[in-house]
Ligand binder design. Sequence first.
Ligand code: CAA
Length: 259
Amino acid sequence: AKEYQNILVSSPAKGVTLITLNRPKALNALNSALFHELNEATEIADNDPEVGAIVLTGSEKAFAAGADIKEMKDKQYADAYKTNFLGHWTKLTTVRKPIVAAVSGFALGGGCELAMMCDIILASPTANFGQPEINLGVIPGAGGTQRLTKAVGKSTAMEMVLTGRNFSADDAERRGLISRVVREGSVVDEAVKVASTIAKKGQIAVQAAKEGVNASFELSLQEGTRFERRLFQSLFATKDQKEGMAAFAEKRKANFTHE
Ligand code: CAA
């Protein structure tokens, strides 16, 4: 895999790319260079036919402690506006393959928002989620007022965003922010297992499934279910559908070829 300055990229299991944020001294604060590398690495994985799913993680102490405050503290409005500051972060949400976030330690500000841009979040009991931007005189700028509200509802989102209060892994699970809490020290292994399970499915169906779930955030129920039905119908044009259903009828395991 390619060498980067701020992330590590590896393949811990067949069909899985593991991306590890690697600015330990800054608790994985998300500076611009890191995000450009993350965008490049996810794009490479997205376009690699051998890859079925991506895992994104940080360190034991911090998934990511937010956008890099030192990098942005002297920024001026004109520059922020003209360069569409943080606009490049949204590229992650255009990745077609599933991304599983494995969160240990701090997931604050942009770190929490980064986790929420992923498709599934698994957390260690040490994980800590929060949107502390209000303490810096700003507000979340990468989805914290939007994705968080959709995930946990208005009251919890307002409490997090307005007071800067952090939530534990258990709280985050109870409130539906994450999929589940796993045993301490096992979050990357568990996330790789989930990614590996996904990587064994037919990639076209996986991609369509992700597209469908994500559409639920944008469309009315009627439009959303219509879009889902069209996606569902379109899968009858794939070999994977023929193989998957034939394998069921013949009582054997399906061998998907992603066609
Ligand atoms: N940006 C830049 N540097 C950061 C950082 C950040 N978000 N978070 C931590 N660091 C740096 C610290 O400055 C420190 O560096 P030095 O050793 O050079 O001083 C190093 O990481 C270790 O941090 P601490 O000494 O503070 O570690 P701690 O264990 O005492 O505290 C913490 C941990 C509670 C997470 C604390 O570091 C902290 O509060 N960090 C900032 C959290 C935050 O406000 N995040 C939101 C950022 S704004 C944002 O994300 C905008 C957006 O919506 C996109």
